[in-house]
Design a protein around this ligand. Structure first.
Ligand SMILES: C[S@@+](CC[C@H](N)C(=O)[O-])C[C@H]1O[C@@H](n2cnc3c(N)ncnc32)[C@H](O)[C@@H]1O
Length: 224
């Protein structure tokens, strides 16, 4: 029997594409409204929204780590690490003389990260299960801290930023990345207000309104 070939129907594909875009837009709008009433952590089953070609192009790990000038030997704090999209590349970049401390409020996220740590044989990552602002971060320890699409999920942002400030060494840098269509997206103006109140000084802003990274320094030491 001859094989039947099906012709590609462009209209069908266009409708499917528009359907996916529409569903994403509606879901984002619902989550955005919900997040204004209550800050909720991104559920583990939604990590597909973090690890995909779109996020890699606008807020990929290498780009974010370059922007914070992460170097071998540094100590890094990854706040709201999720399943480790940034944690694993950061651990590779700081190498055996550096460390990454990965903190997340959800055990499920840390289980996923732990699987990756074991599979990839990394020995320079430690995890902390806690909410940012709960006082579980070591003080005066880190050269870099990062918050990548996390801040808007934290109920008490000011408390969390004050704790991160204390966790950094003098001249340490906090790097915050925000990307649309994250329903918890924070604008540069919101970030400026919150970080300033915690004691940080703005250092740089890179990217566009779609996805940007702002770096903030903890003043107090000799310039390096
Ligand atoms: C959108 S995900 C981002 C994960 C990762 N930073 C990335 O870019 O792939 C947000 C993460 O922040 C965590 N999170 C939310 N609220 C938190 C809090 N109060 N303290 C610590 N982590 C929190 C969530 O559990 C989730 O893993």
């Amino acid at each position: 029997m001859a094989a039947r070939t099906e012709s590609v129907n462009p209209k069908k594909w266009l409708n499917a594409f528009l359907g996916v875009v529409g569903v994403t837009a509606v879901l984002t709008a619902i989550l955005r409204l919900q997040s204004r009433r209550q800050s909720l952590p991104c559920p583990a089953w939604l990590t597909v929204l973090l690890e995909n070609p779109y996020m890699n192009s606008v807020a990929g790990a290498d780009k974010i780590l370059d922007r914070m000038a992460l170097e071998p030997g540094m100590k890094v704090l990854d706040v709201g690490c999720g399943p480790g999209r940034l944690t694993i590349p950061a651990a590779r970049r700081v190498g055996p003389t550096g460390t990454v401390t990965a903190l997340d409020i959800q055990p499920e996220m840390l289980h996923r990260l732990q699987d990756r740590i074991v599979t990839q044989g990394l020995t320079n990552i430690q995890t902390i299960q806690a909410g940012a602002g709960e006082g579980k971060m070591p003080v005066n320890t880190f050269d870099r801290a990062m918050l990548v699409t996390v801040l808007g999920e934290i109920p008490d942002r000011q408390k969390a930023l004050t704790e991160i400030f204390a966790a950094l060494k003098p001249n340490g840098v906090l790097s915050i990345t925000e990307a649309l269509p994250d329903p918890h997206y924070q604008s540069p103006t919101q970030l400026q207000k919150l970080t300033q109140a915690a004691g940080f000084k703005e250092q740089s802003c890179t990217g566009s309104w779609v996805a940007f990274t702002m770096n903030f320094v903890k003043p107090g030491g000799q310039a390096s």
